[in-house]
Write a protein that binds this ligand. Structure first.
Ligand code: DGI
Ligand code: FE
Ligand code: FE
Length: 194
């Protein structure tokens, strides 16, 4: 089964033309980590590879360009002026409307890779975790989080969400409701498993 994409070469060019060197390297790191997690946890490796590679294609847009895409594709107004929240939604819209990607699970994995959400699919959890634990990340507990993502994907997502929520709180930033709902959902999911 192959993924629908109208012009893969053009998508590759789009990615190279729009990402800084370090962001490009991060994307390849997420792709590799996502494939490895897909293998371990039994998800579709091709989808994990694709979603991981292209999840951040809009990350380096300047504010004017990002806002232009938000308006063009009728995305929520709350995304205006926020690179952190907009880049994932804009990336999914570009993949869908400019490159013909029609796999909803891939699109949702890209769309929710920053916040997560309640009811995330396995692929969504894999991309969410791979984004945080890929090899180019530099925080001191990286090895611990990589192991956790391999051994207990739900708990890895929970700990990543807790870390994100804590650091957003401590810097006074607004926490999106999807982030809070993702945290509550995964916490309940873990309880239900025990
Ligand atoms: O794009 P990456 O840097 O690879 O990673 P990402 O897409 O997870 O984005 C990380 C940024 O998003 C980081 O600065 C924290 C921010 N973020 C995550 N959840 C929320 C958030 N920002 C706000 N305002 N609200 C959230 O809920
Ligand atoms: Fe991102
Ligand atoms: Fe990323």
């Amino acid at each position: 089964m192959s993924i629908n994409c109208t012009d893969r070469d053009a998508l590759e060019r789009f990615m190279k033309d729009n990402l800084k060197e370090s962001r490009y390297r991060h994307s390849l790191g997420v792709q590799d980590m996502a494939v490895s997690l897909a293998e371990i946890h039994g998800a579709d490796k091709e989808k994990a590879s694709f979603a991981g590679r292209y999840h951040d294609i809009a990350k380096n847009f300047d504010e004017e360009r990002m806002d232009g895409y938000v308006r063009k594709y009728g995305l929520p107004d709350e995304l205006i002026g926020s690179n952190a929240l907009a880049h994932s939604k804009v990336a999914a819209a570009i993949l869908e409307y400019e490159f013909g990607v029609d796999d909803e699970d891939i699109l949702n994995a890209v769309r929710y890779h920053t916040t997560g959400r309640s009811g995330m699919s396995l692929l969504e959890e894999i991309i969410f975790a791979a984004d945080a634990v890929e090899r180019n990340r530099t925080y001191s507990d990286l090895k611990y989080y990589q192991e956790l993502a391999r051994n207990d994907l739900d708990r890895a997502c929970l700990e990543i969400l807790d870390y994100t929520i804590g650091s957003l709180r401590s810097t006074g930033r607004v926490i999106h409701k999807d982030t809070l709902e993702a945290r509550d959902w995964i916490s309940e999911k873990i309880k239900g498993d025990n």
